[in-house]
Design a protein around this ligand. Structure first.
Ligand code: PLP
Length: 426
């Protein structure tokens, strides 16, 4: 038997009397009929529950939602309303957070190459923290403060602790060979602390690290906490932010620690090390990934005897580039029979003009999957819509939040005119 594991679906997923999957009390069949496909469906209660869990695990004011995982005004607002602050990494992300009504002091600005304009925006809006990444950035802040663009910013310094995250190379960020942060091993971190403490253009309030993303090994977080706590101890700063990176299960057989368990590991580690600072974290994926599914329509089925069957859907690498970028695995199922035995094997592909446009290399579907069926992939709430593109001039899919039988459109489907919105040529 090959049945979709239940824990890959959002909390409020169920099967209706007619056999169809419902999320938040809404039938996926009705959602697809109303909003079309491809479609991102987010379980709003699931999102809220994960935000509350993070706030509970780390304390009010210490949990930042890493907005790059999935950002729109509704999501920014939801995270803030549930007690989280926001981690933004560009002027664009900060703009969306502010447009959603999130106060800038509840935002922290990250980035290894923040522009002068982004730093100016952050200082003028009085963001809560700027997480400074380099000596060049300290120079840029000095220059801005000489122009008196705003009040002295509170800053954290991003430290590269030299800890391996045991995840994909592209999303591993804490090792010495990294574009991010001040290296601890070569003395840059210490030089940065000394400079920031002396500087009158920044107020140093703490240190930061982020070892990588989709990390399952709880001990990697404990190790980073230990390295950071030891380094930070002599400075007695009020804050220590240990980043995000908690993994989520994507496929059968994967299990990840919960936010609560992650909180316990970090708290135990920090208690054992005598950390007196507030300890903050920045979860992204673990808040939003499992909350959503992507719904596609199956358009073309091409069996090649002795080779494989290709199942083509109406989206692809433009709504989920993770399989292409990282070789990430996903599961697939039919929303009309979500827990049916999946006896047919094939490759689930998109509609883009290249062979690399693969969603699932080894997809399993019920044997009666047919042209016109809805096909869904679970755990697409993080780094799908947010990393998506308009490749092939595909119009990006809409996003609906579902809750208690209501569906709320939070991002509409792009139109062909949207594709021309920035095209000023003749
Ligand atoms: C990406 C990122 C996060 C969030 O990572 P997740 O794996 O989504 O939890 C947190 N902090 C920083 C600095 C990041 O770059």
């Amino acid at each position: 038997m090959s049945v979709l594991p239940r824990h890959l679906l959002p909390d409020n997923a169920a099967v209706a009397d007619d056999g169809w999957l419902t999320i938040g009390g809404c039938s996926v069949r009705d959602l697809a009929a109303e909003f079309g496909t491809p479609l991102f469906v987010y379980d709003e209660e699931h999102l809220r529950a994960r935000c509350r869990e993070a706030v509970e695990a780390f304390g009010h004011g210490n949990a930042y939602y890493a907005s790059k995982a999935f950002l729109c005004k509704a999501m920014a607002r939801l995270a803030y309303d549930e007690g989280m602050k926001l981690d933004v990494a560009t002027g664009g992300e900060l703009h969306i957070a502010i447009s959603a009504g999130v106060p800038a002091p509840a935002c922290a600005l990250h980035g290894n190459n923040k522009s002068v304009a982004e730093l100016r925006m952050a200082i003028e809006h009085r963001v809560g923290h700027i997480v400074v990444d380099s000596f060049d950035e300290l120079d840029r802040i000095d220059a801005l403060m000489a122009e008196e663009v705003g009040p002295t910013p509170k800053v954290l310094l991003r430290i590269t602790p030299g800890v391996e995250a045991h995840t994909h190379e592209f999303i591993s960020t804490g090792q010495d060979d990294s574009k991010f942060g001040f290296n601890l091993a070569n003395g840059d971190a210490l030089r940065a602390v000394e400079r920031a403490r002396r500087s009158s253009s920044v107020e140093l309030v703490g240190l930061h690290c982020h070892i990588g993303s989709n990390v399952f090994v709880a001990s990697s977080f404990g190790k980073a906490a230990e390295v950071m706590a030891n380094f930070a101890a002599p400075f007695d700063l009020p804050e220590l932010v240990l980043g995000g990176g908690l993994g989520v299960p994507y496929v059968e057989g994967e299990e990840a620690p919960t936010l609560t368990q992650w909180g316990n590991v970090l708290r135990d580690a920090c208690d054992a090390l005598g950390v007196r600072s507030r300890v903050g974290v920045e979860p992204g994926r673990s808040i939003v990934a499992v909350a959503a599914i992507t719904v596609y329509t199956l358009g073309t089925i091409k069996p090649i005897p002795g080779v494989r069957t290709y199942y083509s859907v109406d989206g692809g690498m433009s709504d989920n580039p993770r399989p292409v970028l990282y070789g990430s695995g996903y599961e697939s199922f039919l929303p009309r029979a979500p827990f049916a035995d999946r006896t047919a094997e094939g490759r689930l592909v998109g509609k883009h003009c290249e062979s690399g446009d693969v969603l699932l290399r080894e997809a399993r579907l019920p044997a009666d999957a047919a042209v016109g069926d809805l096909v869904a992939t679970p755990v697409t709430g993080a780094y799908g819509r947010s990393m998506g593109s308009n490749y092939n001039q595909i119009t990006r899919p809409p996003v609906v939040f579902v809750r208690d039988g209501d569906a709320r459109l939070v991002i509409r489907r792009e139109t062909f005119d949207d594709l021309l919105a920035t095209d000023v040529g003749h």
